[in-house]
Design a protein. Structure first.
Length: 98
């Protein structure tokens, strides 16, 4: 099947975006569900902002799964680096303390 030429520019091929890459989408979903991977880390590793991650999750999951994920992520300190670093730490208790 030949590509239709819509402009005078030469046809050099079709550029695939990350939205067409199923492996990339799967990685985004896996990172988004992980508790210890912040949105900032996702942006550093994959180049997607928090709103883009939310859009991917909404498009590629069932409505019920998306709502469950949003409820889990909403307000969770570990999904935002600033909140995670600013939260008070619990002291570690070792078995030798008893």
């Amino acid at each position: 099947m030949a590509l239709k030429k819509q402009s005078k520019a030469p046809v050099t091929g079709i550029m695939r975006s990350w939205e067409d890459d199923e492996d990339f989408i799967e990685m985004v979903i896996r990172f988004a569900w992980a508790d210890r991977i912040t949105f900032e880390e996702i942006e550093e590793r994959l180049g997607l902002t928090e709103s883009q991650v939310i859009t991917v999750m909404k498009r590629h999951q069932t409505p019920q799964t998306f709502r469950r994920w949003r409820a889990r992520v909403n307000g969770r300190a570990t999904k935002h680096r600033k909140r995670f670093e600013d939260r008070p730490r619990r002291s570690k208790v070792s078995l030798t303390d008893y």
